[in-house]
Design a protein around this ligand. Sequence first.
Ligand code: T4K
Length: 367
Amino acid sequence: MKQILVTRSSMPSLEEYVEEIRDIWDTHWMTNMGVHHEKLKEQLKGYLDVEELTLFVNGHSALELSIQALKLSGEVITTPFTFASTTHAIVRNGLEPVFCDINETDYTMDASKIEGLITEKTSAILPVHVYGNLCDIGMIEQIARKHGLKVIYDAAHAFGETFGGKGIASYGDVSVFSFHATKVFNTIEGGAAAYRDRTLGDVVRGLLNFGIKNEEVVDEIGCNAKMNEFAAAMGICNLKHIEGEIARRKEVAEAYLARLAGTKGLRLPDFEKSEKPNYAYFPILVEEKVFGQSRDEIYASLKKHGIHPRKYFYPLVNMFDCYEGRFDVRQTPIARKIAERILCLPIYAGLEINDVARICGIITEGR
Ligand code: T4K
């Protein structure tokens, strides 16, 4: 049986990639900020519309080291409706995550609930532009200014998006992207961070190479989080095709919307709310009583047909086994409700429209 996974990495042609990496066989320079690394960085600065960008081995390291560089203390207000990385990055920095509930409509942090969670220990807010849905940037920035808090946006899902006509990473103190194989734009594994304060960028660039300043000076306790040349070369190739990638994803998203629109009990994503949507995910919210089937029943019937959607993000981070006894999931009731009802359908550039039709048929006829 043909298997359709939630996503499938976009790749350039083999010839294109080989051409891009050919010179590495002459130079033998494979990592540590080589020419491909620098070339990709410059290209991405243009595409993401940011003045400064630092590349990383993955999005998680970008998040973890940016938090370290900000020298935060105490508590960080964040969302439980996210990938493990967001919270782990806070905890691995010795900080305490404080979970804010999310909006019913776009699943981002409910900015109206942030102030109620601020204590004298709060040092930052770490919201997520989940599925590429942008957070309430205006309100978050206003609260941060009023209370003297740092803002780190987890923009892992928001590659290429804009707000107010500016690149999404123009907001907050830091914005972090993921270039993992499953993302709209990939460097196999990879990530990046953009900073408001240039000096913060300098600190992070030190941290991602063990804190080595020069051959004789090591002035930070860093680690190794450098993007290598093969990853950067993949990024250079993929960036050439990014407009086609997003256009094709748009076709897939529109095919889903056309077939599922008006289905009672299913809430579909609203791409029109974004200035420049990237169609990273296609989450549907299932209201069992109205639709006639639960999220888990749809998940199971699709699986029977070789289709593998994902329950991003169930369980919530504040329900993870590794955090057992530490958080109370009842404090984020909306997030809990959404996590029990959400299902991300397959979406990627190579997904055929007749497969989208088949997926929609299984969903709607299964009731
Ligand atoms: N913040 C947020 C909000 C994030 O969502 C993420 C990552 C991060 C931070 C951290 O960024 P990174 O450090 O990862 O750069 C996947 C990804 O591994 C992860 O990057 C992503 N979020 C998360 C939402 O999804 P899994 O555990 O679902 O991956 P996996 O291996 O089950 O793959 C999912 C599907 O992707 C497969 O069924 C098929 C396809 N796939 C996968 C791989 C590995 C490919 O087509 N090619 C591949 O090479 O986490």
